[in-house]
Design a protein around this ligand. Structure first.
Ligand code: PMP
Length: 441
């Protein structure tokens, strides 16, 4: 890791020391503590457009974008004004509001696999509930997940270890009983043979195959040609629910999510991030026959005091309206901006002699720091074999040069509509130095 420049981060350091006394790691979510990059975390005070400002007054072009939700950038006026209006009418009721129906209708219109939807408060809840539903509706116990795919921190899905083609799940955290994760079968991402083998061995007791259709939690790893259709076919053959976790990709890679982009419709869908416009909001949905098994239409119990919260509904609705405006024009803009960024990053890395394997789907991208030119990343094993030491050096230089990246190598970069030419050229100027710093390790 690069040494931080002198007193640029004085107030952040003090704020972090104070925070650590009262919160584990001084943070509300572990990645924010910068452990993976060997630096002290920066404390943020505000965001506007493509930029965030820290407590020392430093400005950064931001590609964290709250890990995905902020597709229109920080404090997008459409979203902020909808929020302000909603807040004046009360922040929570615990009673039905029309705002929920309005957003639900937009989701059902947009996302092919969603005919009926239930709102929850986080992606974790969405995945946890969708898995419960798959088990309830099928009467089966096991689930298949891909190594390196993240579906939140619910017990049964907090399993990613294991490298054999199919391994019985081992918990990723103490506190998760083996008796829970033994029902989670692991397969490598992008490997249909492993899925077929798992289904052949345990098919009679598999409720669902869960997958991020574009893996976004091992860096960004797109599905291989035919992979998602292959999953659809295998699930149909074995009578298993196909669950797409589109918490990250929903409304980001396409208004209809990755399922629309790749033309493969799952039985169950998790949404989050963009759908809540930057508020704590997520959803799970699917085919009507399955979703009608959710209480009170059916027996599968799932509930939430703040679910369908009017602020979240207002922010989500404003967000989706902006994304759908002018025939979905923002997606072309996002594609153009991200393509420019991609090309510039490739050039900067090549100039610096720093081998990278750069993946991109629309406004999600990730430069993997591979060992040698020509190395590729298609699954978790490939991703974890990359040079995290080089990423740490790259991250540190970018931070010092005013570009905010996720403080861990295995996160996607998120481009927003607020990233303009100036933001991109500032990013690329920083990247030229940062790739040089990385290559020097
Ligand atoms: N699923 C996916 C694909 C995610 O990317 C995430 C969060 N990064 C989650 C689920 C969990 O969402 P949350 O952090 O809102 O619980």
């Amino acid at each position: 890791p690069s040494a931080p420049s002198t007193d640029r981060y004085t107030k952040s350091a003090a704020a972090h020391a104070r925070a650590r006394k009262v919160m584990p790691g001084g943070v509300s979510s572990p990645v924010r503590a910068y452990k993976a990059v060997g630096r002290e975390p920066v404390t943020v005070v505000s965001g506007q457009g493509a930029c965030v400002t820290d407590i020392d007054g430093n400005e950064y072009v931001d590609y964290v974008c709250s890990y995905g939700p902020l597709i229109l950038g920080h404090a997008a006026p459409e979203v902020s004004s909808a929020l302000a209006k909603a807040a004046q009418k009360g922040t929570s009721f615990g009673m039905p509001t029309e705002a929920e129906t309005v957003l639900a209708e937009k989701i059902v219109d947009a996302v092919p696999g969603v005919e009926v939807v239930r709102f929850v408060n986080s992606g974790t809840e969405a995945a946890m509930s969708a898995i419960r539903l798959a088990r309830a509706a099928s009467g089966k116990n096991n689930i298949i997940k891909c190594t390196g795919c993240y579906h939140g921190h619910t017990d049964s899905l907090l399993v990613s270890a294991g490298s054999a083609a199919t391994t019985l799940g081992v918990p990723s955290s103490p506190g998760v009983p083996q008796s829970v994760t033994e029902h989670t079968l692991l397969v490598p991402f992008n490997d249909l043979d492993a899925v077929r083998a798992a289904m052949q061995e345990h098919g009679s007791d598999i409720a669902a195959m869960a997958v991020e259709p574009i893996a976004g939690n091992m860096g960004c790893v797109p599905p291989a040609e035919g992979y998602l259709q292959g999953l659809r076919d295998l699930c149909d053959e074995f009578g298993i629910y196909l669950l797409f976790d589109e918490v990250m990709t929903g409304f980001r890679v396409d208004y209809g999510g990755a399922q629309k982009l790749y033309g493969v419709t799952p039985d169950l869908v998790c949404l989050g991030k963009v759908v809540g416009g930057g508020l704590p909001c997520a959803a799970y949905g699917g085919k009507e026959e399955v979703m009608r098994q959710v209480a009170p239409d059916g027996a599968m119990y799932q509930a939430g005091t703040l679910s369908g919260n009017p602020l979240a509904m207002a922010a989500g609705t404003a967000m989706l309206d902006s994304l759908a405006a002018d025939d979905f024009a923002v997606y072309a803009q996002l594609e153009a901006t991200a393509a420019t960024l991609e090309a510039g990053l490739r050039e900067a890395a090549a100039e610096a002699g720093c081998p990278i394997y750069l993946t991109r789907v629309g406004s999600m991208l990730c430069p993997f720091f591979v060992d040698a030119e020509g190395d590729e990343v298609h699954n978790y094993a490939d991703a974890t074999a990359t040079r995290t030491d080089r990423y740490a050096a790259f991250f540190g230089t970018m931070l010092d040069e005013g570009v905010m990246l996720a403080p861990a190598a295995f996160e996607a970069w998120f481009v927003s509509t607020a990233h303009d030419e100036q933001a991109i050229s500032q990013t690329l100027a920083a990247a030229r130095k940062a790739f040089a710093a990385a290559a020097a390790i």
